[in-house]
Ligand binder design. Sequence first.
Ligand code: ADP
Ligand code: TRP
Length: 320
Amino acid sequence: MRILTGIQPSGKLHIGNYFGAIKPAVELQSQGDAYIFIANYHAMTTVQDGALLKGMTTDVALDYLACGIDPEKTALYRQSELPEVQELAWMLSTLCPMGLLERCHSYKDKMAKGFSPSHGLFAYPVLMAADILAVQGEVVPVGKDQKQHVEVTRDLATKFNNTYGEVFTIPEPSIRENVAVVPGIDGQKMSKSYDNTIEIFMEGKPLKKRVMKIVTDSKEMEDPKDPESDNVFALYKLLATEAEQADLAERYRAGGLGYGHAKTELLNKINEHFAPMREKRAELVNDMDYVEDVLKKGAVKASVLARETLQKARQAVGLE
Ligand code: ADP
Ligand code: TRP
C-alpha cells in the first residue's frame, strides 16, 4: 500500500502539531510504503520571502527526522524537487471546473477573512491533486480540514481517466478522526495564530515561563479541583501513563495540590518526553549534509514514480 501525505512548513512546532500530525506520521511508517513531502510550492501562497521559505522547509525536515521519521521507511522530499507535479497540475487544471474550486472550504474561509486571493491560492487543490496523483498515492492521511481537497483529487483523477483512459489510481483519504484537539495555554485550540503554543523544541527558562502561564481557575491550594476541566491536566494526560494520570487526578480531587505543583509536574513530563527529540534535532543541525542527503534520496525515489506517471499522462493526452 502506498501512503502519501504532504506537510506545509508551519513555523515552530508545538505540542498540538506533534500529537495532531507528527506522531500519526511516525506511526504510519510501519503500515505501508510511505512518502512524505514538504509542500514548499504550496507554502508560496502565504510565505513570500525566499530565505524564510528555504529555512522553513529544512526546519520541517529537521523536525520530522528528530521526531522519528525514519528515512529507511519513509521517502521524505521537497515538493519542488518533483517538477513533474507542475506539469500534471496543468493537465488537471484543464479538466477542473471553476465551480469545484469555488466550493472549497479552505478557499472560502480565506475569502471570508478578507484575503484577496491569488490564482495560486485558488488553484491550490489542483496542485494538491497533482502531488498525490504524480506519485500514485493510494492512501492519503490528512486532518479533517483537508478531506475536501482529497475529494477534489478523486474527482479530477476520475475525470481524467474517463476522458483519456486509465492512468491514475483513485486515492482514498484516511482522516485522522481520533486525534484530540490539543488545548493551548489559554484553553483554546493550540495554534500559532493564537500565540498560545508550547513549542516542543523550547527548553529551560522560556519553556518554564510558558508552562507557568497556562490559564487555570482561581481555586486555592487546599481546594479540591476538577482535573477534567483543567488545561494543565489536559496537557498532562497526553504525556503521562494511565497510572500517572489517575494518581494526579486523585490529588486534584483531594485538595492540597496547587496549580503551580501540577504545572511543575507537567513541565517535567514535557522535558522527559521531548528530550530525546531535542537531542536528535541538535545532532541533525550539525549534520545538514545528512539531512540534504535524506531529502535528495527521498526525491529520487518519488521521482521514479512521478516520471513514470507523467510519461503515461503525456501519452494519454496527446503530448507525445
Ligand atoms: P497552527 O494551527 O499552529 O497554524 P497548522 O494549521 O499548521 O497549525 O497545523 C499543522 C498540523 O498540526 C495539522 O495537521 C493540524 O491538524 C495539526 N494541529 C495543529 N494544531 C493542533 C492542535 N491544537 N491539536 C491537534 N492537532 C493540531
Ligand atoms: N494542503 C495540505 C495541508 O495544508 C498539505 C498538502 C499539500 C497535502 N499537498 C498534499 C496533504 C497532498 C496531502 C496530500 O495540510
